[in-house]
Structure formats: structure tokens, C-alpha cells
Design a protein around this ligand. Sequence first.
Ligand code: FNR
Length: 369
Amino acid sequence: KKMPKLEVCYNLMDFETVARHVMKKPAWAYYSSGADDEITMRENHSAFHKIWFRPKVLVDVKNVDISTTMLATKVDIPFYVTATALGKLGHPEGEVVLTRAAHKHNVVQMIPTLASCSFDEIVDARQGDQVQWLQLYVNKDREITKKIVQHAEARGVRGLYITVDAPQLGRREKDMRTKFDDSGSNVQSTSGDNVDRSQGAARAISSFIDPSLSWKDIPWFRSITKMPIFLKGVQRVEDVLKAIECGVDGVVLSNHGGRQLDTARSGIEVLAEVMPILRERGLQDKIEILIDGGVRRATDIIKALCLGAKGVGIGRPFLFAMSAYGQPGVDRAMQLLKDEMAMNMRLIGAAKIEDLTPDMVDISSARSH
Ligand code: FNR
């Protein structure tokens, strides 16, 4: 198929438009789908549009610094490549393409349990002091989980992200209409032999996940690793408070990119609920808060930081950029975000990340909906 030149992609949505036309149908279906009616998936992005800026004028923004730290890691810009399964559906080299781009732009990559490349291949693709985290689906067989976690720590992974919003994978109907064919991938061995390939990728790969995982299990993770522990997929302030009690290091407010519970709220909306309560109770420094879902513009990142997040995860845009253009696509997507970020920091009147404060956004229209 005829490909538009990379230079005509001016924003992250453009990569999706191109990918949709050039990707194989089952791959497109797996990456692009959300659960049920995809209401949450759409809301993830549109929730940012209900938040308005209250910019400051006459601030010296000659020099703007968009770098910051996440989990004590210095990063060029406060986003990370979040964990998305099955990278080889979109590109023959899979997740290592994202590893290289993350290195080039000095951002963190979260490695998925269900990567197409093997875990060690993705770690081996690391350059210099590049930082990676591990997303964990917890196996019914805890010995397997323990091995995965301890191997990751031994190989220098610097954070453990336990996915807590997926005791069962959601129904992504677009995906279910296609057959799963991932013959070149490591996932079959991760998932065991009884793989049902008839109803899409998500069904085929997820049978090992333990639906009995509960708060009682969290101290066990603390006992098997020294890595910082995050819960990925928290969706209410009560659970953030429980997470603090459990002594975890952070949470990702996320609904799994709208692929799990449909009509769950967006991460940015949950953030607006969580932060005032943490501040009221003096708990804001007890835990690090990240969000993901629907982040497509640097203005989305800025809004999340104003409201108190330390950073945001971005999933699909990098998959689409990789599928359409390989690493140059992902590089460009990341550069576009950096350029947007510096410009919009200037326009909002913030010279550095710490200047982004809650008074710089107006969330009253988000609340009145
Ligand atoms: C995901 N996500 C995900 N999350 C997780 O914890 N384990 C996983 O294996 C996957 N796999 C996965 C595959 C694909 C194709 C997508 C799109 C997403 C969810 C992901 O980490 C993140 O929460 C969302 O992708 C964020 O939303 P956006 O940026 O895709 O809108």
C-alpha cells in the first residue's frame, strides 16, 4: 500500500490514521480495540478536553526545561512507553524497536509480561544506563511469578508494575472476530499449551492470569523483591489509600486503555478525585501517582502534571507509529511530543515542571458533566 511520508505526520493521531490503512487486520483489531462499546476508550482522550488552562502571563519562559524525574530516574520528558502486549503483530522486530526509541529520547520503557520478544531480548536491547520497568500479570502458579520478578530484578529492571485491573481480560469484540496468529512470538510459551486461537489475541494469551489475586497478596511481592512496586489500574481514591497502607511505592491511575471495564472513568478524572484528598490528609508525598489512557498531546501531559501526576504512560500511539514506520516513526512521535511540550509550557507560563500547579487548570466543566 502507498505510504504517506513520515514528515506529514504532525501529531500522534496521524500515526493512527496511517497505521489503520497499512496494518494487517487482526493486528489493527488487537491494538485499536477497547472493551464492549469502547465508551471508556473514547472518554480517555475526550476527558482531557473538559479541562481548561488558566495560563500565567509575563513569566520569563526564554529557557524552558521539560525534564524531570520519575521513580528517581531522570527523564527528558514526563512520559513513559507503557506496557502493550504482542509488539510483533505490528512490527517484525517487536518491542526492541520501542526500547531503541526510548533510549534515544531518554524515557523509560515498561516491558510487558506478554511481549512478543523474550524478556531477555528486550533487556539486551538496552543501551547505556537506560531504565526499564516490568509490567506483571500474576500467574496462578506463584513460583513462576516469583522467578519472573527475581529474574527481572537481577537483570537490572528498576520498577515492578502489577496489573490489577485485569482479573479477566475484557471483551474486545473487534479482536474476537479475528483469529490469533502469532507464530513468531515468545507468548505461546508464556501462556502454556492450551491456547484457543479462535477468538482473537487477547483471549488466546491470558488464560494463566490469576483472578484470585487480592490485597492479601501484596506483602508477598514486597518480600520477594527490592524493586519499587506500583499497582497499575487503580480507579478510586479508596484503593489509593489502601495502596499507601500496603506500603507500595506508587499507583498508575488507569483503565487499561479502555480495554477492560467499559464505562470506567478515565485516569485524568480519577486523578482529579484523588489528589485533593491526598493533600487534605497530607499523604501526597507518601506515594507516586502516574496516569495513562488517551494521552495524545503534550497539553494532556501538562494537565496531568498540573493535577499532581508525576508522569503519564502512552500506549497505542507508539504502537501505531512503530507499525507504520518502524523506529523512525516512534522517534518522530516522541520528538513531536517534546516540541509540543516545550511550546505549551511557554504558552501556559511555566519554565520548568515544578511550575505546573493545580491553579493552572480549571476542572469545573469536567466536574459538571
Ligand atoms: C495494553 N495495555 C496493557 N496493560 C497491561 O498491564 N498489560 C498488557 O499486556 C497490556 N497490553 C496492551 C496491549 C495493547 C495493544 C494496548 C493498546 C494496551 C494497557 C496499556 O498498558 C495502557 O494502560 C494503555 O494502553 C494506555 O492507553 P493508550 O495510551 O493506549 O490510550
